[in-house]
Design a protein around this ligand. Structure first.
Ligand code: MF3
Ligand code: CO
Length: 249
């Protein structure tokens, strides 16, 4: 899959998809409360996404069995919703969701607190979101892709945390995963030149401890090797001549 430059008409649809996904996230965040199972949150997600006339892009993607990914505490990404995973006060919960609207995709993730969480967990969530915004400063036409990557890592490392390296951001459009791949760490080269009309997802996955991860036997669930907490923050971004446009907010 190569890099696609979207026309005005396509951008209009990507904006629609993004606005809907932002609303889905606002609704889902309210569902993160002690005592609820991640399966129940996934049911809500399916209902909300359908209610907006969209498809859940994750469902069936490479055989993925649910509508969204829900990753709790030391689960980095790709947590499979389950009736057995009951949220409790103090958990941090990463909600990763994607929608398809009239053939166009949007993809976004947020880590939200379940009830009252520790100051350290709050800081991890904040630094992860901030690292996205540090990268975003470089997401403009004429800049080079890996300027984004380096800025994300610098912010994370300065806070004493680590960036997951095995999973990266990506282009997005008619497909959820298009070129280019977007690492969240420094690269030796400067990467491709960004062009207005590109749509990309930047999605730092940040561990409170070491960057090493494991995949569980279910073939999906990614956890931190040292069982430290992990947070995730992602938006779909439109590259323009000037300020980038956040489509999924
Ligand atoms: N949101 C993820 C990404 O950005 C995709 C989830 S994988 C799936 O790449 F299988 F659940 F779809
Ligand atoms: Co993504």
């Amino acid at each position: 899959m190569s890099i696609t430059i979207k026309s005005e008409k396509e951008i209009t649809l990507m904006r629609e998809a993004g606005k809907i996904l932002a609303e889905v996230h606002r609704l889902l965040e309210k569902e993160v409360v002690p005592g609820v199972s991640t399966w129940e949150i996934d049911r809500k997600a399916a209902e909300f996404i359908r209610g907006f006339g969209c498809k859940a892009s994750f469902l069936g993607y490479n055989g993925y069995p649910a509508s969204i990914c829900i990753s709790v505490n030391d689960v980095v990404i790709h947590g499979i919703p389950s009736k057995d995973r009951i949220l409790k006060e103090g958990d941090i919960v990463s909600l990763d969701a994607g929608v398809i609207y009239k053939g166009y995709q949007s993809d976004a993730a947020r880590t939200v607190p379940c009830g009252k969480i520790s100051a350290e967990a709050e800081r991890l969530i904040r630094v992860t979101r901030e690292s996205f915004y540090e990268g975003l400063k470089y997401a403009r036409g004429g800049n080079h892709l890996y300027e984004i990557s380096g800025a994300v890592e610098d912010h994370v490392v300065a806070a004493g945390y680590s960036v997951v390296r095995e999973f990266v951001g990506h282009g997005i459009g008619r497909e959820m995963h298009e070129d280019p791949q977007i690492p969240h760490y420094h690269m030796k080269r400067r990467g491709i030149k960004l062009i207005p009309g590109m749509t990309i997802c930047v999605e730092p996955m940040v561990n409170a401890g070491r960057c090493d991860i494991n995949c569980l036997d279910d073939g999906w669930t990614i956890v931190t090797q040292d069982h430290s907490l992990s947070a995730h923050y992602e938006n779909t971004i439109l590259i323009t001549e000037g300020e980038p446009e956040l489509l999924s907010i």
